[in-house]
Design a protein around this ligand. Structure first.
Ligand code: OGA
Ligand code: NI
Length: 343
């Protein structure tokens, strides 16, 4: 089947030309990927009474999933299905705008909050390989008005996103309190620790259909850097994979579910994950990230430390951590944004 290639915002057609083909040992090796019956699916309607008599069944399930996987799906989360469908539709429309319209968000300035970019990786002797995706990133906020930062095209983008952000804000509060209780802490503890002004950003990844997903990668293996992410993926299109005990598992979309992903700063397991392209259909994922701000001091929570449980980490500010991270291993773990490909 002939496909018209997707046109990246920098006006490059996304094709299986050498710029987009991975060296053999970096390819996804899809025949080795296991189906994922094992990623927990947690029903937020599960029995949850906070009676001070130890964790409720829901809290136990969440804390077990946090500990074992750092990755799980939630259903019955009370974010309306229609709203999820609407936000996916409007973000898809954004990626389907003419490239010159998306190009206004290309930037070389890393501090820009609203931007379109393409991930790439650099390989010795080969140079740069651009990933099979395009990414749009911008801030969000559950209560403040942030929508003046967002595109006016598609016309419903701002309104739909504002509504979605409010709903996700409520969900984050609930998740942080469930996770806090799972740690035996009071329910506001994690939220308080992450800080008054968390960094809140959205990362929307669009993965056009790919004639041969074996040759490319949508988003290479990485761990998220912040604390927690709520990911919405379009139904019926696979692509997300998570590594567990050295094996890649698919995280297939479950209808009306969110994927919850704990990132480095929660000090649970932060699971390596990646996304591969789909042969037949474009795929969209929309991640809402909740990150400590630069001044937040991150360190072991005092209530969890005693003689038998000495701290495993020292205290540091998030900014300090990020600087050290980029010095040491940022290049290995977080793929770079392909600024050079831009006009
Ligand atoms: C991310 C991410 C997964 C996906 O943006 O950090 O892991 O399915 N996205 O696009
Ligand atoms: Ni990620």
């Amino acid at each position: 089947m002939e496909m018209t290639p997707y046109q990246l915002a920098n006006n490059t057609p996304l094709t299986l030309s050498p710029n987009f083909i991975l060296p053999e040992d970096k390819r996804p090796n899809l025949s080795e990927v296991l189906p994922s019956d094992s990623i927990p699916i947690i029903d937020l309607n599960d029995h949850d009474i906070d009676d001070g008599q130890g964790p409720s069944p829901l809290v136990s399930k969440i804390s077990q999933a946090c500990e074992e996987y750092g990755f799980f799906q939630i259903i019955n989360h009370e974010v309306p299905r229609e709203l999820c469908q609407k936000v996916l539709a409007v973000v898809t429309e954004f990626f389907q705008l003419p490239p010159e319209e998306r190009a206004q968000y290309l930037t070389k300035d890393h501090s820009k909050q609203v931007k379109v970019f393409n991930y790439y990786q650099k390989y010795e002797g080969i140079g740069k390989v651009t990933m099979w995706s395009e990414t749009f990133s911008h801030p969000w906020h559950p209560t403040e008005n942030f929508t003046h930062l967002l595109p006016t095209n598609p016309p419903q983008y701002r309104e739909v996103f504002a509504e979605y952000a409010r709903a996700i804000g409520v969900l984050f509060d609930r998740l942080l309190s469930l996770i806090s209780r799972g740690l035996g802490l009071d329910k506001d503890c994690l939220k308080r620790r992450i800080g008054e002004k968390p960094g809140l950003h959205t990362i929307a990844n669009y993965y056009p259909a790919c004639p041969d997903p074996e040759l490319t990668m949508g988003l290479p293996d990485h761990n998220d850097l912040g604390s927690i992410a709520v990911l919405l993926q379009v139904e019926g299109v696979t692509g997300l994979q998570v590594i567990k005990d050295g094996k890649w598992l698919t995280v297939d979309p479950v209808p009306d579910a969110f994927v919850i992903n704990l990132a480095d700063q929660t000090q649970f397991r932060s699971a390596g994950h990646r996304a591969v392209a789909n042969k037949l259909l474009p795929r969209l994922s929309l991640g809402m990230f909740y990150t400590p701000n630069n001044d937040t001091v991150i360190g072991p929570i005092e209530d969890l430390i005693d003689e038998e449980h000495p701290p495993k980490y020292r205290r540091y500010s998030f900014k300090e951590h990020m600087e050290e991270f980029y010095r040491q291993e940022g290049r290995r773990r977080r793929v770079k944004e392909a600024f050079e490909l831009q006009r």
